[in-house]
Design a protein around this ligand. Structure first.
Ligand code: SF4
Length: 466
C-alpha cells in the first residue's frame, strides 16, 4: 500500500507583536496585566523592543507632576522609535487646565488613541482597529493566572477599583471614579490561580482596601459553592486559608485605620496572613488631616496602632506622609514629628507636598513655600529613619524566613515579612563558604530560605543562609 502523502506544512501566521510600557503604581500594573492577558488570549505576541513591535501601548501615571512628565516622555520615545502608539492609564483621563483639551493629545497629537485607566475593553478595541486580531485565537494558550509583569514568585491582587473619598490633594476619584469592589468569588478564584501558578507572595492592593465591599453593602457572594460576605475581614481570612495550602504569604496594602481593621490583627497573630500593614496616614495633626479630608481622620491613630501591637506584637507598620501641605504651620509639623517618634513606625516614606493639577487643595490658603516643604521633608526623614534604623537593629541575631528575589552562588537578595517589594528594604545574603551552601543559594530564587541576621545596614539587613 502506498504511504499516505504527507500534507505540505502550513507556516504559522506570524502573530502581530505589541510592545508595552507600564508606568505608575501597582494598581496600574494590574491594569497592564489585564490588557496583556487579553491580548495573549486573542493571539497577539509581545515584543521587548520598539523595533520588534507592530504597535506600542503606554500605560501612564498622572498622579504627580514628575509622573506626568515621565509618562509624556515615554509616549514621545515610543512615537519616535515605533510610531504607532496607544495611550491608556491615569494621564489619559487628564485635560489641560488652560485649554480643557486632552493633555496627552495636546502634547502628542500623533498617538493613535487615548483612554483613561481601567479600560481594558476600550484599549482592545483600539488595538483591533490598528492591528487586526490574528485568525486563530488559540495559538497562544494563556495560563489561568493570566499574564504577569511581576517576577513569578509574587503578584498583586487588585480587589477593587476607584475610591469614595475625596482627599483634597488627590485626583484619583476624578480619574478612576467611585469605589467598585470586584465580586469576592472572582477575587478568590484569581488568588487561587496565582498560588497554583507558583506565586509565593500575594500583595492585596486597591485605593482603599479597608473599604472593600462598602459599595455593594457587604453583600453575600459565593465561592466554591459556599456563601461569603464581600468584606475585608472575610476576604483576608479566605486568602489566608488559600495561602496556607500553598505555603505562601499574603500582604495587605492601602489599609486605613478604621475600627474594623482591628478584626484582621488576630489573623496576623495566628500567622494566617503577614503581620504587615501599609497604612497611608499622610499626617498626624487633626487640622491638617481635616484640610486633607483624609479617611479615618478622626481616629486616634497612636492608640489604634498600640492596640494592634498588643494583639500582634510582631506587627510591622509602613506609612507615607506629606510635608508642607497648604496651611501647615511649624507647630502642626512638630506634631507630625512627635507622632513619628512615638508611633515607632517601621517603614516610612515622605513627599514634600506638590500640587496636582485639578486637585482642590490647590485652592487652599497659605501655601507653604517650596524651600520650607523640602526642608520639612528632610527633617521628617531624619527622624523617621532614626526610628526605622533603631528598629532594624533589634533584628540582629534573629532567624528570619526570607523570600529570595534574586540569587547566585555569591549572594542573594530577598525580603522578610517586614519588607514589601519595591518600597521597603531588603535582606542581603552573604556569600556562603561551603560549596554545598553556594549551590543551594544559587538555586533559591523565588523560594523561602531561613536566614540568620548578622547586621543591619541602613534600610537593609545582612544575613547568612542557614
Ligand atoms: S483615599 Fe484619598 S488619596 Fe486615596 S485614592 Fe481615595 S481620594 Fe485619593
Amino acid at each position: 500500500m502506498d504511504p499516505l502523502p504527507t500534507p505540505p506544512a502550513i507556516p504559522p501566521a506570524a502573530a502581530p507583536k505589541i510592545g508595552f510600557v507600564s508606568l505608575g503604581c501597582p494598581k496600574a500594573l494590574v491594569d497592564s496585566e489585564r490588557i496583556l492577558t487579553e491580548l495573549r488570549a486573542q493571539g497577539y505576541a509581545t515584543s521587548k523592543s520598539y523595533s520588534g513591535a507592530d504597535l506600542v501601548i503606554v500605560n501612564t501615571c498622572g498622579f504627580i507632576d514628575a509622573a506626568v512628565q515621565e509618562s509624556l516622555d515615554a509616549i514621545g520615545e515610543a512615537l519616535a522609535e515605533n510610531g504607532k502608539v496607544i495611550v491608556t492609564g491615569c494621564l489619559g483621563a487628564r485635560s489641560d487646565a488652560a485649554t480643557g483639551n486632552n493633555l496627552v493629545r495636546e502634547v502628542h497629537p500623533k498617538v493613535l488613541a487615548v483612554t483613561g485607566p481601567h479600560a481594558t475593553d476600550e484599549v482592545l478595541q483600539h488595538v483591533h482597529a490598528a492591528l487586526p486580531k490574528p485568525h486563530d485565537p488559540f495559538i497562544d494558550l494563556v495560563p489561568a493566572a493570566g499574564v504577569k509583569l511581576t517576577p513569578k514568585h509574587y503578584a498583586y491582587l487588585k480587589i477593587s477599583e476607584g475610591c469614595n473619598h475625596r482627599c483634597t490633594f488627590c485626583i484619583i476619584p476624578a480619574m478612576r471614579g467611585d469605589l467598585v469592589s470586584r465580586p469576592i468569588g472572582d477575587v478568590l478564584n484569581e488568588a487561587r490561580a496565582l498560588f497554583a501558578s507558583g506565586v509565593k507572595e500575594l500583595l492585596v492592593v486597591s485605593q482603599d482596601t479597608s473599604a472593600y465591599g462598602v459599595d455593594v453593602k457587604y453583600r453575600t457572594g459565593f465561592w466554591d459553592g459556599r456563601p461569603i460576605r464581600t468584606r475585608m475581614t472575610e476576604l483576608v481570612a479566605a486568602l489566608g486559608d488559600l495561602a496556607a495550602q500553598h505555603d505562601a504569604w499574603v500582604r495587605l496594602h492601602y489599609v486605613y485605620p478604621y475600627p474594623h481593621v482591628d478584626e484582621v490583627l488576630p489573623l496576623m497573630a495566628e500567622g494566617r496572613i503577614l503581620p504587615y500593614l501599609d497604612v497611608p496616614l499622610q499626617h498626624a495633626h487633626p487640622d491638617v488631616l481635616r484640610r486633607m479630608k483624609r479617611p479615618a481622620s478622626g481616629e486616634r491613630n497612636l492608640e489604634r496602632i498600640a492596640r494592634w501591637r498588643e494583639i500582634c506584637p510582631d506587627l510591622v507598620v509602613r506609612s507615607t506622609f506629606i510635608a508642607g501641605f497648604p496651611g501647615e504651620t511649624e507647630a502642626e509639623f512638630e506634631t507630625l514629628l512627635d507622632f513619628i517618634r512615638e508611633a515607632e513606625l517601621d517603614r516610612v516614606g515622605c513627599f514634600a507636598y506638590s500640587p496636582v493639577e485639578g486637585a482642590t487643595a490647590n485652592a487652599l490658603p497659605d501655601p507653604v513655600p517650596d524651600a520650607v516643604r523640602e526642608e520639612r521633608r528632610a527633617r521628617f526623614m531624619a527622624v523617621a529613619e532614626a526610628v526605622s534604623v533603631r528598629k532594624l537593629q533589634r533584628r540582629v541575631g534573629q532567624v528570619m524566613r526570607v523570600l529570595i528575589d534574586h540569587a547566585s552562588r555569591d549572594g542573594a537578595v530577598g525580603r522578610s515579612f517586614a519588607d514589601a517589594p519595591e518600597i521597603d528594604g531588603k535582606v542581603r545574603l552573604l556569600s556562603p563558604e561551603k560549596p554545598s551552601h553556594k549551590q543551594r543559594l544559587a538555586q533559591s530564587s523565588g523560594q523561602f530560605v531561613r536566614v540568620r541576621i548578622v547586621r543591619a545596614d541602613g534600610h537593609d539587613l545582612i544575613g547568612e543562609l542557614l
